[in-house]
Design a protein around this ligand. Structure first.
Ligand code: ZN
Length: 665
């Protein structure tokens, strides 16, 4: 562990105390073995002016949940220092009252809520206080010999047993340091929790942290690292291991059911994860508890352990749920409401680890935590035996009133497709791209497919990606579908949008346009469904949206191939609705018309068509009963809604989206 302090960078942050605090906070945040995803906290004591221009001594402390690695000045809350210290002198204080009082001491009510460890920061007699949840130090605690090891490594630190964060911890430290010369200590080690360092000098507080953590790292390198499996070999799920993919879809469905809503399943089959999943005693190791109790909010107390495959459902998930119910009953004091009993991570034997979440971001956070957990468990084993805190301590944090408050904060809006997995064909531009973006905005993770490589640029963000695929190449279609399952654990929404359109040929003139149109618009869709259906049947409220055309109910001369292909795909959708209803897969058709904001329509083409009708372009675009332009985003919103729970009782339907057509009505 090396200090990242750099005099030149530090000079750029030397304008005031808070700027310096931002600099070293980011240094701590830059190393995920020190803090991860909102963990850890820092503070600086300084003065600021109140509304009347009077100087006030304040504590700038990290806002609750803020990430140290990207923190700005605004991420800190300024609270009145004297009154914050007075809170520590109280005999008791509930955490709810503590949070209220701390908010009351804010200099600016628009600030984030102060960290739950604010009182502890306030009572430390040093200007800069740094706190991390360092893996290596905590891992040494999680061991039958933990106290001895820590005692030998840190004779110059104040060592304290585990206790709940919040007021109880602040009080514990308050009592421990009362009447002592704290500057005699290089830091405080909280068993099973983390490390505090402090100094009037920002660099010294930071570098003391690095030095203390470095001791644990060295100890582990000398005594524990060797046992970690260097590499494992996981099957490549994208390469034809269909039985594994179907099992993955079953796992995802079982977890979604336990959680009461759709969940993405994100597989980590890196060599380290696969090696861990191959340990003969992994089922025992991964169910002893987390590295530190605050991970429980993200990961639950234990992993669900999954066999390689099973013929029916996934009994392991049901067993996990039963165990969770027991854990709740045993620890509930009678006042608590049970959280959902679904696992957040799994060890999939001989394959790797899985993270379950409603969004890609949630899965990424869980994957990060479990990666560290897997390391800590194996290190702990090598040092004398991995041992987590008792279940009761973990439970108390999982059901801690302040954590409950965080979870109960209402989401701004509930997105209809959170946790869902969608594929949209023909998504490089126009209606397809708009649908892909809409489904993503509505919460789904989305993969768009297109033969046009530009799709990789047009859909290029976490959870909304474009893949090049020739949809008339059945093998390429199969591989694309399977790679989506490998990536997210299943498929819930399929939008068959890809199609080509060529007009101007009467039936007696039709050449290869006929075969090509039927191949792309109809045959490719059947092939796509063929490979997607096994996964759709295992999806969560699965839905297929077929993009038809007004040309089906109201064909036009000179577009025979296109009209027939759209009639064919409509009929295919109706048959699919009949065949898939028993598996709760809905299939519905949208018939758009005159959607001009797509790549197919250039300004010149619009001009030519308008002239043919002796209209202006504006008149031509709104040539429908409602006299309104139909945009690709309108089609996209309808597609997303039909795929949602709003249409839960509708299958086999056909909806026009054309501004109203007297030929259709
Ligand atoms: Zn902490």
């Amino acid at each position: 562990m090396k200090s990242l302090w750099n005099d030149r960078d530090a000079a750029a942050f030397a304008s005031d105390d808070l700027a310096t605090r931002v600099y070293t906070s980011r240094l701590l945040g830059a190393d995920e073995s020190l803090v991860m995803h909102g963990g850890g906290n820092t503070s600086v004591k300084s003065t600021t002016q109140d509304f009347f221009g009077r100087n006030v001594e304040v504590l700038f402390v990290k806002g609750s949940g803020r990430d140290l690695c990207t923190i700005e000045k605004e991420g800190f809350a300024a609270i009145r220092l004297a009154e914050t210290k007075m809170l520590a002198e109280r005999d008791t204080l509930t955490d709810t009252d503590m949070a209220k009082q701390l908010r009351g001491l804010l200099m600016d009510q628009a600030s984030p809520s102060p960290s739950v460890e604010a009182i502890l920061h306030a009572i430390m007699p040093a200007k800069f206080v740094d706190h991390t949840h360092t893996d290596s130090v905590v891992t040494l605690s999680n061991n039958p010999n933990g106290k001895d090891i820590i005692g030998k490594l840190y004779p110059d630190c104040l060592l304290l047993p585990y206790t709940m964060p919040g007021f109880i911890l602040s009080k514990q430290v308050f009592n421990a340091i009362r009447g002592q010369d704290v500057s005699a200590y290089k830091g405080i080690i909280l068993h099973h929790h983390g490390v505090f360092t402090f100094s009037d000098d920002a660099k010294e507080a930071y570098e003391n942290m690095i030095e203390l953590v470095g001791r644990a790292d060295k100890y582990i390198a000398a005594n524990g690292d060797a046992s970690i499996q260097a590499a494992g070999k996981a099957p490549d799920l994208t390469k034809g291991a269909k039985a594994d993919l179907l099992h993955l879809a079953k796992i995802r469905r079982a977890v979604s059911k336990a959680r009461g809503k759709a969940q993405i399943a994100s597989l980590n089959s890196t060599p380290a994860a696969a090696a861990f999943a191959s340990l003969s005693n992994v089922g025992n190791l991964a169910t002893r508890g987390p590295i530190t109790p605050d991970h429980v909010i993200r990961t639950k107390r234990t992993a669900v352990i999954l066999g390689e495959s099973s013929s029916g459902d996934v009994p392991e998930v049901k067993a996990f749920v039963d165990d969770y119910n027991d854990y709740f009953k045993q620890n509930n004091d009678g006042t608590l409401a049970m959280l959902d009993p679904a696992p957040r991570w799994a060890v999939w034997k001989n394959v790797g680890t899985l993270a379950f979440g409603s969004t890609q971001k949630e899965c990424d956070i869980i994957t990060d935590i479990t990666r560290h957990t897997v390391w800590a468990i194996q290190t702990g084993e090598a040092l004398g035996g991995w041992q987590a805190l008792p279940a009761k301590e973990i439970f108390d944090l999982e059901y801690w009133v302040l954590e409950q408050a965080k979870l109960k904060r209402p989401a701004a809006t509930v997105k209809p497709h959170l946790g869902k997995v969608a594929i949209v064909t023909g998504a490089a531009g126009g209606i397809g791209r708009a649908i892909a973006q809409q489904l993503h905005a509505d919460g789904a993770v989305v993969v768009g497919l297109d033969i046009n490589p530009v799709i990789k640029e047009h859909l290029n963000q976490r959870g909304l990606t474009g893949h090049v695929c020739d949809l008339t190449d059945e093998e390429a279609v199969r591989v694309s579908i399977e790679s989506v399952v490998a990536m997210y654990g299943g498929i819930d929404i399929v939008v068959l949008n890809a199609g080509i359109f060529k007009s101007g040929q009467t039936i007696d003139q039709l050449d290869e346009t006929w075969d090509k149109t039927i191949e792309v618009n109809l045959t490719a869709s059947q092939r796509f469904l063929k490979h997607a259906i096994p996964y759709l049947k295992l999806g969560v409220d699965a839905s297929v949206i077929v993009i038809g055309s007004r040309n089906y109910p109201a064909p036009g001369a000179g577009a025979g191939a296109y009209s027939v292909s759209k009639a064919g795909i409509t009929q295919l959708a109706r048959v699919a609705a009949l065949e898939l209803a028993k598996d709760n897969v809905r299939v519905n058709v949208l018939h758009p018309d005159a959607v001009f904001d797509t790549d197919l329509w250039t300004d010149e083409a619009l001009q030519r068509s308008a002239e043919r009708y002796e209209m202006t372009v504006e008149e031509y675009k709104t040539k429908n009963l409602l006299s309104r332009e139909v945009k690709s985003t309108d089609v996209a919103r309808l597609a997303s809604t039909v795929a949602s729970d709003v249409f839960c009782a509708t299958t086999g339907a056909q909806l026009p989206i054309d501004g109203g057509s007297d030929r259709v009505i």
